[in-house]
Ligand binder design. Structure first.
Ligand SMILES: NC(=O)c1ccc[n+]([C@@H]2O[C@H](COP(=O)([O-])OP(=O)(O)OC[C@H]3O[C@@H](n4cnc5c(N)ncnc54)[C@H](OP(=O)(O)O)[C@@H]3O)[C@@H](O)[C@H]2O)c1
Length: 227
């Protein structure tokens, strides 16, 4: 049975990944910051192990990695993320939000990828997925604003592209995904995509993704996004 590990799994896109993989018979390791509050996650049927993980807290990461204990992880989905500066204007930038955005969106996924490398390397599928965003694309940026969010996710893209080159000899593939504009707490009510359709599409992309395309930056429907 294939094993998927998903961060930020108590709501939104992460929770939907858990639901769909569990329904498909995968063994799921799902993380959240506070298990007691993750009621919907606890209720998902299937082979789901819920563990606490604050992705920016070194002690929490160490305790989590110890609990996983080197067991194989076929697909690691670094999904947890924040969009803190959506309403901020140039002239009043909040650089604490910048620091937090980089911690959560860029540094934490790389730290977890490093810590869980043996688990992914020891699996059959050997795939690391990183939740990026079209807003990280410099070529595609016609809207401006969202400096911290865009910059932190663009940093993630740069780091993961490097990682894809470095891990290729071990047969480990890295994939940067844009889920579309999705109706979640982050995406808001006006978003164009239902979370089920977004995750369904991303799972198709993940299923068909191999080492030959490692380092790609793709939409939920598999189309490439310009860097
Ligand atoms: N929705 C969209 O339209 C959209 C578009 C492009 C990209 N994305 C990306 O897709 C991913 C998921 O987005 P979403 O829409 O599902 O967002 P969401 O509804 O806001 O959920 C975010 C998840 O990340 C978790 N999280 C945030 N900071 C964390 C931390 N420090 N440690 C551990 N977990 C943390 C949250 O946990 P808590 O509940 O504890 O806060 C929550 O589970 C994000 O990386 C986002 O940037 C989303």
């Amino acid at each position: 049975m294939a094993i998927v590990l998903i961060t930020g799994a108590n709501r939104g896109i992460g929770l939907e990944f858990v639901r769909q993989y569990a329904a498909d018979g995968w063994k799921v390791i799902a993380t959240c910051r506070r298990q007691k509050k993750a009621k919907e996650l606890e209720q998902v049927n299937g082979d789901v192990t819920v563990r606490e993980l604050e992705v920016t807290d070194l002690k929490s990461v160490a305790a989590f990695v110890a609990a996983v204990d080197g067991s194989p992880v076929d697909v690691l989905i670094n999904n947890a993320g924040v969009y803190l500066d959506r309403n901020d204007e140039f002239g009043e930038l909040d650089f604490e939000k910048w620091a937090r955005s980089f911690e959560v969106n860029a540094i934490a996924p790389m730290r977890l990828a490093e810590a869980l490398l043996p688990c992914v390397a020891g699996s059959k599928r050997k795939l690391m997925v990183f939740m990026s965003t079209q807003m990280a694309s410099i070529a595609d940026n016609t809207g401006g604003r969202a400096y911290a969010y865009r910059a932190s996710k663009a940093a993630l893209n740069a780091a993961v592209h490097s990682l894809s080159i470095d891990l290729k000899p071990q047969g480990i593939a890295c994939l940067l995904l844009h889920p579309g504009w999705v109706r979640t707490e982050m995406g808001g009510k006006n978003a164009t995509l239902d979370v089920r359709d977004s995750v369904h599409g991303m799972r198709r992309v993940i299923d068909g993704f191999g080492i030959d395309r490692t380092g790609s930056f793709l939409r939920h429907n598999g189309e490439p996004i310009p860097w």
